[in-house]
Write a protein that binds this ligand. Structure first.
Ligand code: FES
Ligand code: FES
Length: 159
């Protein structure tokens, strides 16, 4: 039995793109399998780990919970599209400088959660940072260095 496909158009990391997707795909599946955007990772598929996080417009979303076809004409930013070449954003640079990344599996979730927080709260306290990144699991760092990195990014003007 053949599977119907859908021509999904979106702006991905600043470029207008159209690819055929299976209408049953989640956004993370479509990004990885049809758009070759492998920055968002597949972890739990249930919205619990944050590894699949992207920005939809200015919102950090877990792309395993979004149906791809519902993102027609959306502006999607992945972790790979965030930096301009070697120029990292303040939160990316802070995670690097503060040793807040080890394997990198959680980095999309941490970066986009931090960006969303810092847009709303330019100078957050530790409790606000921990709450904001709370939907993202990191198996490596113990979170302390990520919290420090978010404070550093705030001081560097990420918001
Ligand atoms: S794969 Fe989406 S939150 Fe875990
Ligand atoms: S750095 Fe490995 S899961 Fe966070």
């Amino acid at each position: 039995m053949s599977t119907a496909s859908f021509a999904l158009s979106l702006t991905l990391d600043g470029r207008r793109r159209t690819e055929q997707v299976d209408p049953r795909m989640t956004l993370v599946e479509a990004l990885r399998e049809c758009f070759d955007a492998t920055g968002p990772k597949v972890g739990c598929r249930t919205g619990d780990c944050g590894a699949c996080t992207v920005e939809l417009g200015t919102r950090a979303v877990k792309s395993c919970l979004e149906l791809a076809v519902a993102c027609e004409d959306a502006e999607v930013t992945t972790i790979e599209g965030l930096a301009g070449g070697d120029d990292l954003t303040p939160i990316q640079q802070a995670l690097w400088d503060e040793h807040g990344v080890q394997c990198g599996f959680c980095v999309s979730g941490m970066v986009f959660a931090a960006r969303e927080l810092l847009r709303r709260v330019p100078d957050p306290d530790e409790a606000q940072i921990r709450h904001a990144i709370g939907g993202n699991l990191c198996r490596c760092t113990g979170y302390e260095k990520i919290v420090v990195a978010v404070k550093t990014a705030a001081a560097a003007g990420e918001g």
